[in-house]
Design a protein around this ligand. Structure first.
Ligand code: GAR
Length: 195
């Protein structure tokens, strides 16, 4: 694609935003050919917003606490995202459960990174649950979002060993390092497939 019609993405975050940062860095180093149209957070204090601003990426906050219902929050979020007409909507540590209406509105264009080897360990506390289950291998998955939580088709996975002395924190750090190369690769693959 030429720069005029380059695929664009909107990234949704809730906190630290290290995955969002790894995507922006992959674009800067030339390994990912896309444009980040906006970074949107549901939390005004999300640390990742500062990085996006530093990089001159448009940012927006849609604070879920300002909405009477999940439906109204998701409608406001969808309207904001639509204003950027992205090719992909990238959930990067976005910690809100999404309504079916929202997911269907972005069907096939909405992706998520989950810190486990799906279909294992959907939901929260994935690293501790992997240790408690005696897993020898753990990792992260990029998947297409469908209405069921952490359930859509897997695009790419990265695997790490679980070590005998791992805590949830040491395992999370090992997985996160992999997430940072996995997500840009998965986005590049989807953009190429959708050309
Ligand atoms: C990442 O480990 C991501 O996989 C996880 O939250 C972290 C966000 O970190 N996502 C989920 O648990 C989604 N249910 P980041 O804000 O530094 O990218």
């Amino acid at each position: 694609m030429t720069s005029a019609n380059k695929a664009s993405i909107v990234i949704l975050i809730s906190g630290r935003g290290s995955n969002m940062k790894s995507i922006v860095e992959a674009i800067k180093t030339g390994s990912l050919d896309t444009n980040v149209a906006a970074v949107i957070s549901n939390r005004p204090d999300a640390a990742g917003l500062d990085y996006a601003k530093q990089e001159n990426i448009p940012t927006a906050v849609i604070d879920h606490k300002q909405f009477a219902s999940r439906e109204l929050f998701d409608q406001a979020m969808a309207k904001e995202i639509d204003s950027y007409t992205p090719n992909l909507v990238v959930l990067a540590g976005f910690m809100r459960i999404l309504t079916t209406e929202f997911v269907e509105h972005f069907a096939g264009k909405l992706i998520n990174i989950h810190p486990a080897l799906l279909p294992k360990f959907k939901g929260l506390n994935t690293h501790q649950r992997a240790i408690d289950a005696g897993e020898k291998e753990h990792g992260a998955s990029v998947h297409i979002v469908t209405p069921e939580l952490d359930d859509g088709p897997v695009v790419l996975q990265a695997r790490v060993p679980v070590l005998d002395d791992d805590t949830a924190d040491t395992l999370a750090a090992r997985v996160l390092e992999q997430e940072h190369s996995l997500y840009p690769r998965a986005i590049a693959q989807l953009i190429t497939e959708n050309k």
